[in-house]
Write a protein that binds this ligand. Structure first.
Ligand SMILES: [Zn+2]
Ligand SMILES: [Zn+2]
Length: 315
């Protein structure tokens, strides 16, 4: 097995040996996210929605703990991916196991009793969607081409796919991935990052991009635009504090070269901060940056604009 490629360049600056790629930790990934959603929901203007997402994350956690063994890339496929600098479990093109549809059914089942009225018919209708249609919707989610006619369903499809991809990404066979030549896509699945994370603890200060699908994290030198690689034109936008606890743990990194932005979650300020949960608790920051003319460079598929949850996501 190859040793992880170290983050040269970042090391001098950060004084540590941060691995190039971190696999998701199956035991804690969704449990920590659920706990974070719960904390963020408390006193938040969109608290009901965040609490609902805490339940969703909790079910993702349970599904991940009892996940059946499903096919992984063969050794030959892993070697080929490495040689060609390609993701080993490509979101776009991997032969999906049907298990993700079982995850979707379990999510619908588990969430229905707790769903807000507006989402009940959406969840109740998920099991009736045919396999071919579900696979078509999944293809759209994985390519971030969201079918507006189904936007209310897509976050649940994304949540089910996240469980399946995170299970595969966390397996020992997937250890030791190298970063790709394109810094802005996940070395495991080729998806875009949901946010970047400034780490605390073992790799304190290192910046990692967090995959919006498989939750793999990959190192990128701080102050490099994750979209175009430019370093000179990166700056930060923050929300004015309003007594909230999350405001200083999230900032938007904007690039005046490619006019994109991605949020940065500062675990060195709050070790429990989570790229997915903290992102959805700070949608007001997206509005602010969007109005300033920047386009978000990576998705959070638990929030699909145009879905029935949009009106409640005003925090
Ligand atoms: Zn990924
Ligand atoms: Zn840029």
């Amino acid at each position: 097995m190859n040793l992880p490629q170290t983050a040269t360049g970042a090391n001098l600056q950060q004084g540590l040996e941060a691995p190039a790629v971190l696999q998701p930790v199956a035991a804690s990934l969704f449990a920590d996210r659920a706990a974070r959603f719960e904390r963020l929901a408390d006193g938040h203007a969109s608290g009901d929605w965040l609490a609902f997402l805490a339940r969703l994350s909790r079910i993702q956690h349970e599904l991940l703990q009892s996940h059946p063994a499903v096919p992984l890339p063969s050794e030959a496929e892993r070697i080929r991916a490495r040689e060609h600098g390609m993701p080993v479990l490509p979101a776009n093109g991997w032969r999906r196991d049907r298990v993700w549809r079982q995850h979707l059914a379990a999510l619908a089942d588990g969430l229905l009793p707790h769903a807000p009225d507006v989402l009940r018919p959406v969840l109740a209708g998920l099991p009736a969607i045919g396999e071919a249609e579900l696979e078509r919707l999944a293809d759209g989610v994985l390519r971030t081409e969201y079918d507006p006619a189904h936007s209310a369903r897509l976050p649940f499809i994304a949540a089910a796919l996240q469980v399946y991809w995170a299970w595969m990404a966390a397996q020992p066979a997937l250890a030791g991935l190298a970063r790709l030549d394109v810094p802005g896509v996940c070395p495991c699945c080729g998806s875009l990052p949901v946010a970047s994370v400034i780490q605390a603890g073992q790799y304190a200060g290192a910046r990692y991009l967090h995959c919006s699908l498989c939750s793999t994290e990959w190192n990128l030198v701080r102050a490099n635009c994750s979209s175009c690689g430019e370093t000179d034109k990166v700056s930060y936008r923050v929300l004015e504090a309003e007594g909230g606890t999350t405001r200083d743990t999230v900032r938007a990194e904007v690039c005046d070269d490619c006019h994109s932005y991605l949020k940065q979650v500062l675990r060195d300020k709050d070790a429990s901060a989570d790229p997915v949960a903290d992102d959805l608790a700070t949608l007001a920051l997206d509005i602010l940056v969007d109005e300033a003319g920047y386009l978000r460079s990576g998705p959070n598929p638990l929030f699909i604009p145009g879905g029935v949850t949009e009106s409640r996501a005003d925090g």
